[in-house]
Ligand binder design. Structure first.
Ligand SMILES: [Fe+2]
Length: 298
């Protein structure tokens, strides 16, 4: 096993840039669609793999990962790095991730700006971080360790949240920007998460300006975007990934394309998963919006 720091100075982006390999709008690869995709090879430009589901050596899902890797460019999306935790990183987890990266050569590897474990306890939620200088130092240290260990850059994704911390000292976009620039990582911008957090924080008298969020992030670091559907719970929006993308999120996506340009985008759907054709239609809709915006900003 390599130790942290062993790959210092070897950090690089994926061997490919997104314009070489992935373009347009992909979808998340989920077990409900394994058979359909294998048999029909639907017209979709790329697929994102929830890589934590493939870490057991005897996982039957690995058979389908082998199959899909032969036919589509892939990205890996992780949930287990726990970059914002006060704990040290789990290098056994990262070693397994590294093996899968070497085997399947994903175009991107991403995880979240959050914490998921502490003192050996693993939460299944992506928990928000207080936006403080101290937390910045922790996350930067962890991202640098991960990137050194994997020998490549990662993409860092903004999560949705329902609370804010009293000691947060800056806006989320500011926190994300400082970390991305100082850790030298890229950004996976989840448009639905920005919208969900903005609405939920309004209910607790905290303002998140979604448009300012887009305006302040460094264009060159945004390498992927996510779209998903929330569920309206009347008192708040639940980031359920169980519905079609809602209209305000499409509008924000349009603004994001105007600023960030031709960025590969993913439709995420994780609960109440419908027929693949529904996901494909959402991807086509995003693709149409992307083409329309790019025509005007070109
Ligand atoms: Fe996402």
């Amino acid at each position: 096993m390599n130790t942290p720091g062993e790959h210092h100075n070897k950090i690089k982006q994926s061997a490919y840039t997104h314009s070489d390999i992935i373009r347009g709008v992909g979808v998340g690869y989920r077990a409900e669609h394994f058979e359909y995709i294998e048999q029909n090879k639907p017209d979709i430009p790329w697929l994102e793999i929830l890589i934590d589901n493939y870490m057991m050596d005897d996982s039957p899902s690995l058979y389908y990962l082998d199959k899909v890797a032969q036919n589509y460019p892939l990205t890996f999306h992780a949930v287990g790095m726990s970059l914002g935790s006060a704990d040290e990183l789990d290098f056994a987890y990262l070693e397994k991730l590294k093996q899968l990266i070497e085997q399947y050569q994903p175009v991107y590897v991403s995880d979240h700006l959050c914490w998921t474990s502490i003192n050996g306890y693993h939460s299944h939620d992506l928990l928000p971080i207080p936006y403080t200088e101290e937390a910045i130092d922790v996350v930067i240290k962890h991202i640098k360790q991960v990137q050194d260990f994997l020998g490549r850059r990662i993409l860092l994704e903004n999560v949705s949240s329902y609370i804010t911390y009293k000691n947060s000292a800056m806006q989320e976009w500011e926190f994300l920007k400082i970390i991305a620039e100082q850790a030298d990582c890229d950004i996976l911008l989840d448009i639905n998460n920005i919208y969900v957090s903005a609405i939920n924080h309004k209910a607790i008298n905290h303002n998140i300006d979604a448009k300012a969020y887009l305006e302040h992030l460094p264009v060159e670091r945004v390498k992927e975007m996510h779209l998903a559907g929330y569920t309206d719970m009347a008192t708040h929006l639940l980031d359920s990934h169980a519905e079609k993308v809602h209209q305000p999120v499409w509008q924000l996506y349009q603004k994001a394309l105007e600023r960030f340009g031709n960025v590969p985008t993913l439709i995420e759907w994780d609960n109440d998963i419908p027929d693949f054709s529904v996901l494909q239609a959402e991807a086509k809709k995003a693709e149409r919006i992307m083409q329309q915006v790019l025509k005007h900003v070109a």
